[in-house]
Design a protein around this ligand. Sequence first.
Ligand SMILES: Nc1nc2c([nH]c(=O)n2[C@@H]2O[C@H](COP(=O)(O)OP(=O)(O)OP(=O)(O)O)[C@@H](O)[C@H]2O)c(=O)[nH]1
Length: 132
Amino acid sequence: MKIVLVAAVALIDPEGRVLLAQRPEGKSLAGLWEFPGGKVEPGESPEHALIRELDEELAIKTHSSCLAPLTFATHAYEDFHLLMPLFACRRWSGIPAPQEGQKLAWVRAHDLRNYPMPPADIPLIPILRDWL
Ligand SMILES: Nc1nc2c([nH]c(=O)n2[C@@H]2O[C@H](COP(=O)(O)OP(=O)(O)OP(=O)(O)O)[C@@H](O)[C@H]2O)c(=O)[nH]1
């Protein structure tokens, strides 16, 4: 099965809330809430992919020194196997603003379970909750 490498990030605000983005209509897993990020392109590092995706999706800038490895997801979808490192980030410049029509939510740790997420993300919720 093809392994797809996706880099994702938990952006954490000064109140300890995490940013989730809702996948827009027309995409796979539409309507589910996910961590910002996306596929790592050939020749890219996961950190560089995230810096690019954060700029494209949310119009914010960050630096690899602001991305701390937190945990990862591994999940067999029907047509590919997802391997997704999850970084934590508390420092960026700009205010996250949806660039692709996605809804955004700043979510407190104990409210994460109220936001339907892709199956790959479910095991990440308690890890993030314990860590925050
Ligand atoms: N960014 C992100 N992607 C996730 C998460 N959880 C999860 O299963 N994914 C999956 O990882 C892939 C992310 O790739 P992407 O965001 O660049 O893909 P895409 O929607 O542009 O393309 P696609 O519609 O072909 O999946 C998707 O298949 C998405 O469903 C998550 O928390 N954040």
